[in-house]
Design a binder for this molecule. Structure first.
Ligand code: XMP
Length: 527
């Protein structure tokens, strides 16, 4: 592996991996480490630049994460960029002041005025829209620093040499209109060269997985004698979505008949998905050399377990239990030594399993303890990057353009009312109705994800001059690049009317709500 030019110190911001992703989009790889692992890494490596991430901590809180001891923040050894908390930490540690003013908290879009003579903002508009998310702010600069952006308070700072920089807003988030340009400028200032492309990544993933599964040193998990190369099977759960299908296509040529792909009918799939999975995914993977593909029918078992609660996290826990049990049965059946999953960086961040990130929701396949070793080769990747790998592998557009769908499927779209076969059928039909309308109006491509949820509000309505007491549906369409933040899609009025009229044709549906809340504060799914 080539030397890493950029180290990102992860202070737990929701956006840390987005910094890595944005740099990769600009062609440069980076490594993300929690502060406690940095000292060791710096002993053995020589990065060109170190980026300090944001955090939900305040520098004034007891126990707030610190600068790694051996990190040189003078800019002599490497360029330094502090983002949000990273900037506050740089200021605080060098004699500046960090305050929590009541009138300068920013959450969401903000407008900043930049000093465009500074190389960090070269070619960027003087007034530009950015994404901010902070309560604390640098109120006094450290000695030798100057302000290079303002938005009510200091929004960015630089030392005299332009080697130590701080930005209060988030250049890595897609909503910072010219964030990419700023990061590109930073790469230029710090002399980082392009070192990432999809073909390399595919080869790296194949090598990483092959090295582990053919390792002659058995770990306690790899039931074999010391020194023996064990040819154990590798189980991969395939949902038909872009992540798992792409991973299977990457691994099939190197693992050959050792790779067992298992698809589960969870009972929570969308209309037509099961037949698509059997026909299209199976054949696309077959073309990539996959030999073993099985579909397991477990709908009744999932419904029985998930229907015992209406609490979002509990539902996810019930779903995970059944999911784990089924995979364990497969592991035993094939005497497999490994399980490999298409878990993305987003899933890991929001499950609170990376660095210091806060837990938002437990993804169905993250953090499960298996009896065998589990591998997550996509752990540093985002959805759009996996789509790029799928395109590179020449998988069909139906796979790489596919809207994401959560593993727990329609179970997450029955909110505040118990899951039942009838309710699942209702949301499945409603999802198909709305999807067909979007297709008819050719707006599917403008929407990153559509959610049609049954919400537990029963209310009075009138149908055919008669009083009815029925359910409500919520329709939510979002636009996003990486699912870390999302904007609501505004349907044209005639489409709102068409959707409402189509959904209320169902005898039990009385009301349709349209959810326009962005992420944050909402999430994409309802739970
Ligand atoms: P949220 O709701 O967290 O969703 O904004 C971000 C993306 O992740 C999907 N999602 C999941 N995918 N297992 C998955 O495989 C899960 O448990 C899960 N929960 C959410 C969601 O549909 C969206 O695309």
């Amino acid at each position: 592996m080539k030397d890493i030019q950029i180290l990102i110190v992860d202070y737990g911001s929701q956006y840390t991996l987005v910094i890595g992703r944005s740099l990769r989009e600009l062609g440069v790889r980076s490594l993300i480490l929690p502060p406690k692992k940095v000292d060791q890494w710096l002993k053995e490596n020589d990065p060109k630049t170190v980026i300090l991430s944001g955090s939900n901590w305040s520098v004034h809180n007891e126990g707030a994460p610190e600068l790694p001891k051996s990190l040189d923040i003078t800019g002599k050894k490497y360029f330094i960029l502090g983002v949000c908390y990273g900037m506050q930490l740089l200021a605080h540690k060098q004699g500046g002041k960090v305050a929590r003013p009541h009138d300068h908290r920013e959450y969401g879009p903000a407008v900043v005025t930049l000093d465009t003579t500074h190389p960090l903002f070269s070619g960027v508009k003087e007034k530009t829209e950015v994404w901010a998310s902070h309560g604390d702010t640098v109120s006094k600069l450290p000695k030798g620093f100057r302000s290079i952006a303002v938005s009510g308070g200091i929004a960015a700072m630089s030392d005299k040499t332009n080697r130590v920089l701080g930005i209060q807003f988030h250049p890595e988030v897609a909503d910072t209109k010219e964030g990419k340009k700023m990061l590109q400028n930073f790469l230029k200032i710090s002399g980082c060269k392009k070192d990432w492309n999809p073909e390399d990544l595919i080869r790296e993933i194949q090598k990483e997985v092959l090295d582990i599964v053919t390792s002659p040193k058995p770990s306690p998990d790899r039931r074999g004698k010391k020194g023996e190369v064990i040819k154990q099977k590798v189980i991969l759960g395939v949902s038909g979505g872009v992540d798992s299908t792409t991973l299977a296509a990457i691994l099939a040529p190197v693992l050959k008949d050792r790779l067992i792909c298992v698809a589960i009918d969870t009972g929570g799939l969308r209309a037509g998905e099961l037949s698509e999975l059997k026909a299209n995914t199976g054949s696309a993977l077959g073309k990539n050399g996959l030999k073993n593909f099985t579909v397991i029918d477990a709908g009744d078992e999932f419904i029985k377990n998930v229907s015992t609660t209406i609490d979002g996290e509990e539902k996810r826990a019930r779903f995970r239990e059944v999911y784990k049990k089924i995979f364990e049965e497969q592991i035993a059946k094939y005497n497999a030594g490994f399980i490999v999953q298409g878990t993305l960086a987003t899933d890991i961040i929001e499950s609170g399993k990376i660095g210091e990130s806060a837990m938002i929701k437990t993804h169905h396949n993250v953090g499960l303890l298996w009896k065998v070793e589990d591998l997550h080769p996509f752990r540093n990747l985002f959805k759009y990057e996996v789509r790029e790998l799928a395109r590179t592998l020449k998988l069909p557009p139906a796979i790489y353009e596919r809207n994401p769908f959560p593993g727990p499927g329609l179970y997450l779209r029955i909110v505040g009312t118990p899951v039942s076969k009838e309710n699942i059928t209702l949301v499945r039909e409603a999802d198909k109705t709305v999807s067909d309308i979007l297709k008819k109006h050719k707006i599917t491509k403008d929407i990153s994800q559509l959610i049609v949820a049954l919400i537990g509000i029963n209310s009075v309505g009138v149908k055919g001059d008669e009083r009815v007491y029925g359910h409500s549906l919520a329709v939510r369409a979002v636009q996003t690049v990486d699912f870390m933040t999302a904007k609501s899609y505004y349907f044209p009025e005639e489409i709102i009317n068409e959707i409402t009229s189509a959904l209320t044709k169902h005898k039990d549906i009385v009301r349709v709500f349209f959810d326009m809340t962005p992420k944050p504060p909402a999430t994409t799914e309802f739970e």
